[in-house]
Design a protein around this ligand. Sequence first.
Ligand code: ATP
Ligand code: MG
Length: 418
Amino acid sequence: MLNQNPITYQKSEHRLPVAEISPATKKIISKLVENGFEAYLVGGAIRDLLLGLHPKDFDIATDATPEDIKHIFKGKCRIIGRRFRLAHVYMGNSIYEVATFRGSDPGDRVMKKGQIIRDNVFGTVDQDAIRRDFTCNALYFDLQEETILDFAAGVHDLKKGELKLIGNPNQRFIEDPVRMLRAVRFHAKLGLALSAELRQQIINNRLHLTNVPTARLFDETVKMFHCGNMEIAYKELMELRLFEILFPVAAKIIPQQQQWHNLLLEAFSNTDHRLQNGLSVTPVFLTACVLWLEFIPLYHEVLNSGKNSHDALHEATTQVMINQREFLMIPKAIQNGVRQMWMLQIRFKKMFGKGVYSTLHHPRFRAAYDFLLLRNTIDEKLDQQSDFWTSIQNMSPEGIKSLIFGKKNKRQKINQEL
Ligand code: ATP
Ligand code: MG
């Protein structure tokens, strides 16, 4: 499948919109070339541009070593990564990844049970191409000539709408199991088909994902959450049995509760819409949605043991995070956000007195309120809470005051079950 001599698409043969490549990318590549190095725009950006999408970043590949790059860009460059050492070049407000071509010689590449632990063996552009994951990611754009170098027939696969792995899937998935998650993400994001064979190979190799550091798995999960088509990605993760590796407890509970499965689809599609409309998103929201069903029974268990809701919230959240830690390492800041979103679900039950103000002005109110509305779509017991927290947002300060301190409201201290 791999071509040492790439198929070269001349300027007249491809429709890559060169004007969409960021000026900083062009500047970095020109500077490397001026200094006598080979340098290309590579990977996802070319793939996305050929598909008519706007790339989220522009990655550069070169035969300059990280030290060479640092020397050329002086104070604007940092070398990062241990597993995969590369240079970050700072231009304006953006960071550009400049990676040195990886070689095919095993050299001092560090492997553990077939998995690549570290890959800092440098090589040539054609060797670099074979190390990449999918054929459509092994495309190199030569800015001077405006040609596309295609080492693995990626343009052909893109035209056919297929996502194809380079090399032997069993070996490539063991080398780096994250490629299975990337396959799902690119399928969802780009609409590229995964063959039945590849799907089976993912299912067969899925357990290798448990060998990946859990912090990296969380990063990949967030990229998945925010790929713009998480509704599709979720269905695929379920079918390919990858969701159970990321969220094992939730994966057991959700299929038993069709309504909750539908709620999650709704949550994912809301996030997809927000991204399509350029609205902000946070991994807190979907993490809180996915793990809620794990939290609720634990919360009630602690409450039933006689503790107050504050302690129950704390203990149940901590327990969920401990259960989850073995599979996905959720950073502390995200854990705190999730805890706040869950706390607000409990505080939403209190629709009287001073506490209403602190709920309404809580920094997580918006996300928590969106979650309440989602929960309400499958639970009509939440109608009253949803109506209350919806209408209060449009009320005058006087209106709110009379509503939450009014006699009628005081009498009907609502104490609904979550
Ligand atoms: P996006 O930026 O939209 O997530 P991308 O394909 O650019 O997609 P990056 O993570 O930015 O993904 O990686 C840049 C390129 O590096 C990829 O296009 C691919 O060629 C290569 N690459 C990234 N991760 C891997 C991997 N795990 N195995 C092999 N090659 C990889
Ligand atoms: Mg990229």
